[in-house]
Design a protein around this ligand. Structure first.
Ligand code: ZN
Length: 245
């Protein structure tokens, strides 16, 4: 018998018996699946504790091989996401990416902090959702140690500056000598993919309106789909305002 008090974000919920729900939580200590008993009853204090995107402090009881939510205090529900279908789709995709990596008893402080920060931007900032998703994907890949190589040729190792070519399957950029039937990548898009994972998530605001952001978003998505076993139809479309393309 154990009690655990932890910050958490709800990644997923499913129905469990008549009035209960099972929730998948991302915590700084890793993934925890817990039962929220009675949360489907009217006026249950645990109702919000079992809603995807909800962030809060959870008091969990561990017994009989299972976690149960005992108490809960919301810190943020990111409510505006629920009223904007496009942004909700992006957020749901981030939850899925987080769920794919979160394991029980495997600390995930960085992933937890990234998701919390990124959801705040998605819910409250008004920044372009596709751009936020690109930043999320690049930070996510960096946390997994899977960043694309953007400053040297993945085939010969030569330093790459300026415009280059992109080999999603090969792991990054390719120099002029090694390029063969590959799409070219602008210097601006290459630098976005190089620098975003090395800066704070909040720096994403400086990319708003950047002419190379759409190209960087497309190559980032292509790269991520190569690296992860993730069905492409679960990923949201990349949409930027027309004047930026
Ligand atoms: Zn080369």
């Amino acid at each position: 018998m154990n009690r655990l008090i932890t910050d958490a974000i709800v990644l997923r919920r499913s129905e469990w018996r008549d009035y209960d729900r099972m929730v998948t939580l991302l915590t700084p200590q890793g993934r925890i699946d817990a039962v929220a008993r009675g949360c489907r009853r009217p006026r249950s204090p645990l109702l919000a504790a079992a809603e995807p995107f909800t962030a809060g402090e959870y008091a969990l009881f561990q017994g009989g091989g299972r976690f149960t939510v005992e108490q809960f205090r919301a810190t943020d529900t990111f409510y505006p996401l629920r009223e904007d279908y496009e942004r909700l789709t992006h957020g749901a995709y981030w939850l899925r990416l987080a769920e794919m990596q979160a394991m029980p008893d495997q600390p995930s402080e960085e992933l937890f902090a990234l998701l919390l920060r990124a959801l705040a931007h998605l819910a409250y900032s008004g920044l372009n959702a596709s751009m936020l998703t690109m930043a999320f994907e690049l930070h996510y890949l960096a946390i997994l140690g899977l960043s694309p190589v953007m400053d040297s040729c993945v085939r010969c190792g030569a330093p790459v500056e300026g415009n280059a070519w992109f080999d999603a399957a090969g792991g990054g950029v390719v120099c002029e000598k090694c390029r063969r039937a590959l799409p070219d990548i602008s210097n601006g898009a290459r630098r976005i993919m190089l620098r975003v994972p090395r800066t704070r998530f909040d720096a994403v605001k400086h990319l708003e309106g950047h002419a190379d952001a759409p190209m960087a978003a497309r190559f980032t998505r292509q790269f991520l789909l190569q690296r992860m076993e993730f069905a492409p139809n679960l990923a949201p479309d990349i949409v930027f305002p027309v004047e930026m393309t």
